[in-house]
Design a protein around this ligand. Structure first.
Ligand code: CA
Length: 229
């Protein structure tokens, strides 16, 4: 028996899809638990504490969007990889706004699924070795503890929101393009819908309010600035 890389929860009502997902994740050393309905999936997430959740949007019981919202409202920040159909773009954006970390569009290759799961887990673990806590204006960010405080109060961020903020702060004052952020925060090479970056930036701004250090550089990307800069 080899040591498991952790349990991945798959919530998917199409058996032929979850069978393939299970096969490839097990082959990569993950433990896998499958639920075919959103309500049972949510109960399993609470009971089993998976390291990541692969979540279909269209589900019987609780749909993927409601699932994601319920999870985050309960203070559960387990990385979520949303699985969406091509015609579900509005739902996909909403899912990301409600705290999903990344998405895959059907049909996807099983290899892509495995790569995305590994990436959300790597992101959730953060950079190896950690780094010194950083203060920018009213914010303080601790890379080792993966915490952010605003005026001394903790701010709840998803793994991806945290990584995006940490990345911008590490490059304080520098303009980072959307493509570069996708490559360096999400691990995407090549073309990908860059609106995902905008969705995550607006979530960060909503959570940080006027303490947000993130500035838009029109037509280019984003930059974090120290107050007064
Ligand atoms: Ca479905």
């Amino acid at each position: 028996m080899t040591e498991s890389r952790g349990l991945v929860l798959i919530v998917e009502d199409e058996r032929h899809i979850s069978d393939v997902q299970r096969l490839y994740l097990v082959r990569e050393g993950f433990g896998v638990h499958v639920e075919a309905d959103g309500t049972a999936g949510l109960a399993a997430a609470r009971r089993m504490r998976p390291v990541a959740i692969v979540l279909d949007i269209g589900l019987p019981g609780v749909d993927g969007i409601t699932f994601c919202r319920a999870l985050r409202e309960a203070g559960d920040w387990t990385p979520v990889l949303l699985v969406t159909a091509r015609d579900e773009e509005a739902d996909r954006i909403l899912g990301l706004e409600l705290g999903a970390d990344d998405y895959l569009t059907k049909p996807f290759s099983p290899r892509e699924l495995v790569a995305r799961v590994k990436t959300v887990l790597r992101r959730a673990a953060g950079p190896p070795g950690g780094a010194a806590p950083q203060r920018v204006g009213r914010l303080s960010l601790d890379p080792a503890a993966r915490t952010v405080h605003c005026d001394g109060e903790p701010v709840d961020l998803t793994a991806t929101e945290f990584n995006l903020l940490a990345h911008l702060l590490r490059h304080l004052g520098q303009v980072l393009t959307r493509d570069r952020l996708l490559a360096e925060v999400w691990g995407y090479a090549g073309y990908r819908d860059t609106r995902m970056v905008d969705v995550f930036v607006s979530q960060l701004r909503a959570k940080l309010g006027d303490a947000s250090p993130i500035r838009t550089v029109r037509g280019v990307g984003y930059r974090a600035t120290a107050p007064g800069a």
